[in-house]
Design a protein around this ligand. Structure first.
Ligand SMILES: [Zn+2]
Length: 245
């Protein structure tokens, strides 16, 4: 009996380990599942559906332009973004986090980014039939997710120590097309309580962006300083608020 339990446990562990290894391989090398691709500069977008040339190129140039004004230098040779239009592909690549519109798996020497679905003609993201609206355009999401990959290249495994307000705030700062000044963003956000369901899930992003904007604009911090800080969100907020008094 004990022998049987042990054998079953061993098999379960082996099955889990091989599933994890297969998933890792898929994230590392998703290309066989994406038949179409287009490149501009350093960015390659791959999709499971044909990419309309005009819309695809416009999207790539928009994403590239957003990344060019990033305070974080893209040191890699190329960056890959995969669009998972088909439901099963979306389920597979977003297995660990089904809700977001985009995801980045970054590892020390690079990484890959994924978007759920795309309409290249309109420049909008499509997620389970829902169409994303500006400022979260396809190009903004591309710049956001690729900034995660670029940040991963800069900090390696230390990314797990980068505070959440920097890890999400910096990509948001890079991805937003019409970047607001610190004062504009602070006044726009105000002190409204976060009570809408959507806001509870994603509403912290503009607040993280506000903090990043503050430290870049008012404190003169570089992207490296941001990635090296270990200030918690509350500590960063306190510093920002003390400055306003
Ligand atoms: Zn993000």
């Amino acid at each position: 009996m004990l022998m049987m339990i042990r054998r079953t446990l061993l098999w379960a562990c082996a099955a889990l380990a091989s599933a994890a290894i297969s998933f890792g391989a898929l994230i590392f090398w998703p290309d066989p599942l994406f038949a179409f691709s287009l490149r501009a500069g350093k960015i390659i977008v791959a999709s499971d559906r044909p990419i309309p040339p005009a819309g695809g190129e416009r999207f790539l140039h928009d994403c590239e332009r957003l990344l060019e004004r990033s305070p974080l230098e893209a040191q890699g040779r190329e960056y890959r973004l995969y669009v998972t239009n088909a439901d099963w592909r979306q389920r597979l690549f977003f297995l660990l986090r089904p809700d977001p519109w985009g995801l980045a798996y970054s590892y020390p020497l690079g990484g890959n980014a994924f978007l759920t679905g795309a309409n290249f003609e309109t420049g909008r993201v499509v997620h389970w039939g829902y169409v994303g609206t500006p400022p979260r355009t396809l190009a903004a999401l591309c710049a956001h997710e690729l900034t995660h990959v670029i940040a991963g290249e800069h900090v390696g495994l230390a990314r797990f120590f980068v505070p959440q307000w920097v890890w999400e705030g910096l990509p948001d700062y890079v991805g937003i097309e019409n970047r607001q000044s610190f004062e504009e963003l602070r006044d726009a956000l105000g002190d409204h309580p976060v009570d809408v369901a959507m806001m509870q899930r994603y509403g912290f992003y503009p607040r993280y962006r506000l903090l990043v904007t503050y430290f870049i604009e008012k404190k003169g911090w570089t992207a490296s300083q941001l990635l090296e800080t270990r200030l918690t969100t509350d500590e960063a907020i306190q510093i920002m608020q003390a400055d306003g008094r």
